[in-house]
Unconditional design. Structure first.
Length: 370
């Protein structure tokens, strides 16, 4: 029983610490997942709480796991894990049945699990959790009791500061497809021989007032007495999806600039803001100024947003404003505005509004390129 107790402690502790850390590395990604849940369950009025709830959740996960592993306030950590599992296990079961969101985001973008895989993972964790609860009296206190809460408090503060650092300056580890060094076009290719989506197609025909369903093998193609009514296609097995599959950029005239940008052998700077109004006037003004400077130095500059045409017109200032899918923009860079520097379709660097280099840096870049 001792070995099982130790194994249970390690597994529960490591899983919760890991889950908390990968979410803290990408707090905005976790907030986006909360937003997806709120939309799926018609709780849109909670959208403004997405980020605070995200930080609260992954901090609780990390501290509970840390407490289990370290032994500091072990029982408090154990009850924290019990509460979290009591909340999320039923939720993941509902998600597995209804599938409103394809990936629960329990490990951020570091590891993707289907909803059924997530539910299965939680069931296994519950078994280990039951061992910990049953054996809770066997775990001895370590160190001085008086230092437990001060140490836990310091860990909480440091962990939250770590998440805020990632929020301001982009994730310390980029788990997204648009990593520095990636050639975007290469990540859009579907390799030969990979599995493709499989659909079940049903044809609905009517004869003598009676409707009947047929499949591809038995539909009455040569029987004119049957009248075609409708056709349904249901996805039964998902095929291969390239890491980048929705990268499309169009200008305000509707012209597709995707190939032009990806094939440009010079430098291009993309200023990305999923919604211009959310970026803040000061940050937008600074970005527009940087864009005009880059253009003067021969660096192409594009403003990418999912904002509507009418909203974009309010910002027109001679720069090239482009439209792109909002989900794509959120995946490209976790900041608004954020910046991606491209050369020959390769991501050279990424920045948030808080650490994008100044004009001098881009001036030297242009001079060196010449």
């Amino acid at each position: 029983m001792k070995i099982l107790r130790i194994v249970s402690r390690i597994i529960i502790g490591v899983v919760f610490v890991f889950s908390g850390v990968v979410k803290a590395i990408d707090p905005l990604g976790t907030a986006y997942k909360f937003h997806d849940y709120f939309q799926a369950f018609n709780l849109g009025f909670l959208n403004s709480l997405s980020l605070p709830l995200a930080i609260l959740m992954f901090t609780a996960e990390f501290i509970a796991g840390f407490s289990i592993l370290s032994g500091l306030k072990f029982r408090t950590g154990l009850w924290g894990v019990i509460i979290l599992m009591a909340i999320f296990t039923p939720i993941t079961f509902i998600l597995a049945l209804t599938n409103p969101v394809s990936d629960c985001g329990c490990f951020g973008d570091a590891i993707h699990l289907t909803n059924w895989q997530t539910f299965g993972k939680n069931i296994v964790l519950v078994l280990f959790l039951l061992v910990l609860y049953k054996e809770r009296d066997q775990f001895k206190k370590i160190g001085n009791r008086k230092i437990e809460w001060p140490v836990i408090s310091v860990v909480i503060v440091v962990f939250i500061l770590f998440s805020l650092f990632n929020l301001r300056y982009l994730p310390l580890i980029d788990f997204l497809p648009y990593k520095t060094g990636v050639k975007i076009a290469d990540k859009m290719v579907v390799p030969e021989g990979v599995a493709v989506d499989k659909y079940k197609t049903t044809f609905i025909y009517e004869k003598d007032g009676v409707k009947k369903e047929f499949n591809l093998n038995n539909y009455p193609s040569n029987d004119s007495s049957w009248k075609f009514i409708d056709q349904k296609s249901v996805l039964i097995k998902k095929g291969y999806v390239p890491p980048i599959h929705d990268f499309q950029i169009t200008d305000q005239n509707g012209d597709n600039l995707t190939n032009e940008i990806l094939s440009d052998r010079g430098y291009s700077l993309l200023m990305i803001s999923k919604k211009l109004a959310e970026a803040g006037g000061k940050n937008l003004t600074a970005g527009f100024g940087l864009g005009k400077y880059c253009i003067s130095k021969g660096i192409r500059f594009y403003v990418l947003s999912s904002s509507g045409t009418d909203e974009v017109k309010g910002y027109e200032n001679g720069l090239t404003f482009c439209s792109a899918d909002e989900t794509t923009l959120k995946t490209m860079v976790r900041a608004s505005p954020g910046y991606i520097l491209l050369k020959d379709g390769v991501i050279i660097n990424k920045w948030s509004w808080a650490n994008v280099p100044g004009e001098g840096w881009f001036g030297k870049l242009s001079d060196n390129y010449k």
